[in-house]
Design a protein around this ligand. Structure first.
Ligand SMILES: [Zn+2]
Length: 616
């Protein structure tokens, strides 16, 4: 072979071997081999609400290093721009020599470190108490990692070592792995570092074990509470046991329920080995309030599987710089709602009749939502970033919550799998679907990275036949959910009564909803015929002052069906009047009844299994 040809072949081979992909792989490998990022967190003056951060990079081989704050926090699909809370960013080398730091954009900073180790210090203002943000006062701190810790751009797989220096006398509660010394913790990656919220302060702690795994309930309520932590812990234990039975074990080493009692409640946020929840501090003794806490605990705990370990491919590892668009939020949140109720049933915290009552109430409320079939729920999942948490006046008629519709899709799917499974001699169920998805997990990561085809395949295996049609109709299409029909196929009776059958006032219908201003006008309603607009502020009905849409509806109910009233309103700054004639409420209230007469024993068995009555 002539030398020139040999050289050419060598060049081509070199090019092939040194493709960009190989270069990227080498770069990733080099970064993965870098030692941990050292974080030190202190709160020297809690009354100022500032968290002081010191970040040390003992290995920083690049000439310039970019550090960034996440734009969002996993589990909450809204751009929050955590960089806005960061102040006084400074960098220096290990000898204290100042290094240049330039703010590159709204969330990142570039340090000129010349390939040498360096330290960055900054302060974070923590003034918002919610499970998605961070808060410090002189009694306690709830810190959500995404709003506190900077990451090294391109190196989120790098391990982290954290030293916590809370104010004297404050306890430290977190699911992070403890290090060798007190106050030190480690995380195998940035993702896991920020996926363990920190609850600092004096707390009530209860501990229990389920299938050999230690679990703790940590409770802080600085303003007082009527909670009985023993009861809360006992119910948490029943919930954990119920899901451990459903999914055949628990996939963590230990788990923390972090619970704050504060008027800012309620809500929760799921994390890999913990959850942070805020509930109203005096809500524990009324049945509704306490049932809400049980639901919240069951919901957040089922996320241990659904979304934290079984998740859309785009939901981990995360791109913190920008939105991660998922079509599966109806699955991750909605079916977690479905499983939350099933978990409470399995835990014995609600009865089968309460389960049916909850379902009937959910269907009654859902059927009143005019936007429920406007946009496919898969599309609303993708649009969560710009719609779900950025409400606009017309959303009532064009959108629906992916929690609410996803929950009912979950119930419809569960019943369909059971009914088709009965015909095809499989034991189909929603629990079985989750077990199948869980079996897809990668043994090394412990995560099942899925897409909708995996869900369809699991559903089809449960049903014993192809289930793609279900997803095309109800997830990617906008057909009405077939809940009453499915319940009837299972032998239940679904009774639809006119709203207000036993309540004359509830029979009167205006078709307006809202608070201070109108935020819902039902289609083909008295309100739409009257020419009302979203955003109108109702100030009087027949000359009598009203302060809200609710109060206007009360006055209209006083007048009865078919009455015409003069509504006075502000449309922006212009005073207007409109005539509205009330009508009979067309909505229905649904009840689900068990069959009075014995029917097909196979259907009776199906209902028994669905309501988990075989366990009693
Ligand atoms: Zn959730």
């Amino acid at each position: 072979m002539p030398r020139r040809v040999r050289l050419l072949i060598l060049c081509i081979l070199t090019l092939i071997c040194w493709s960009p992909a190989t270069a990227e792989a080498a770069r990733v490998k080099r970064k993965a081999a870098l030692g941990p990022v050292g974080y030190q967190l202190s709160i020297p003056e809690p009354t100022t609400r500032y968290v002081h951060m010191r970040l040390e990079l003992a290995e920083a081989p690049e000439h310039q290093t970019t550090l960034a704050m996440p734009a969002w926090t996993p589990g909450s699909y809204l751009i929050r721009d955590f960089g806005k809370h960061v102040y006084d960013v400074e960098a220096h080398d290990l000898d204290g020599g100042a290094l240049s730091v330039a703010r590159r954009d709204k969330q990142s900073w570039t340090v000129e470190n010349g390939g040498r180790p360096f330290v960055v210090e900054y302060r974070v203002y923590a003034g918002e108490l919610s499970v998605r943000t961070s808060y410090v006062d002189d009694r306690f701190a709830l810190l959500n990692g995404a709003g506190i810790f900077m990451y090294v751009d391109g190196q989120t797989s790098r391990a982290a070592a954290l030293e916590l220096r809370p104010p004297a006398g404050w306890g430290v509660h977190t699911a992070l792995d403890p290090g060798a010394d007190a106050g030190r913790f480690t995380a195998p990656s940035y993702d896991e570092l920020i996926d363990s919220p920190l609850l600092l302060g004096e707390a009530e702690v209860r501990r229990f074990e389920v299938v050999g795994k230690p679990i703790e309930l940590v409770m802080v309520a600085p303003g007082g509470t009527n909670a009985r932590p023993d009861r809360v812990a006992a119910d948490a234990e029943r919930i954990v046991r119920a899901f451990a039975r459903t999914l055949n074990g628990l996939p963590f080493d230990r788990y923390s329920f972090l619970l704050i009692g504060d008027e800012a409640g309620g809500g929760g946020l799921e994390h890999h080995d913990s959850t942070a929840m805020i509930v109203k501090p005096w809500s524990f003794t009324d049945d509704r309030g306490y049932a809400g806490l049980q639901r919240l605990m069951a919901h957040e705990f089922f996320h241990v599987w659904n979304v934290k370990r079984i998740h859309d491919q785009v939901l981990g590892p995360f791109d913190y710089h920008k939105e991660s668009y998922s079509e599966l939020l109806w699955f991750h949140e909605g079916l977690t709602e479905t499983m939350e109720t099933r978990g409470l049933l399995r835990a014995g915290l609600i009865s089968a009749d309460e389960y049916l009552g909850t379902l009937a109430a959910a269907w009654t409320s859902y059927r009143r939502k005019p936007g429920r079939n406007h946009t496919p729920i898969a599309e609303l999942s993708r649009e969560a970033w710009i719609k779900a948490y950025k409400p606009e006046a017309n959303h009532g008629e064009t959108t629906v919550s992916y929690y609410e519709k996803g929950n009912l899709i979950g119930v419809c799917l569960d019943l369909t799998l059971r009914l088709r499974g009965r015909a095809n001699r499989t034991d189909g169920s929603l629990e079985g679907l989750f077990r199948r998805l869980w079996a897809l997990r990668d043994p090394s990561s412990g995560h099942a990275s899925i897409d909708v085809d995996d869900i369809i395949a699991a559903a089809s295996a449960e049903a014993g036949e192809d289930m793609r049609w279900f997803f095309e109709r109800y997830v990617y299409g906008t057909e009405e959910l077939p809940l009453p029909e499915l319940l009837e196929q299972a032998g239940f009776e679904v009774v639809a009564a006119r709203i207000g059958e036993h309540d004359a006032r509830a029979r009167v219908w205006s078709g307006i909803g809202g608070g201070a201003a109108i935020s819902l006008i039902e289609p083909d309603s008295p309100a739409s015929a009257a020419g009302l607009m979203l955003g109108d502020e109702l100030i009087a009905v027949d000359g009598a002052r009203v302060d809200s849409v609710g109060e206007a509806n009360e006055r209209l109910a006083d007048l009865g069906i078919g009455a015409t009233a003069t509504l006075t309103l502000f449309r922006r700054d212009r005073l207007e009047t409109r005539e509205l004639t009330t009508a009979q409420n067309p909505h229905q209230r649904f009840t689900v009844l068990r069959p009075e007469q014995p029917d097909n024993p196979e259907l009776a068995r199906l209902r028994q299994l669905w309501l988990l009555e075989h366990l009693i």
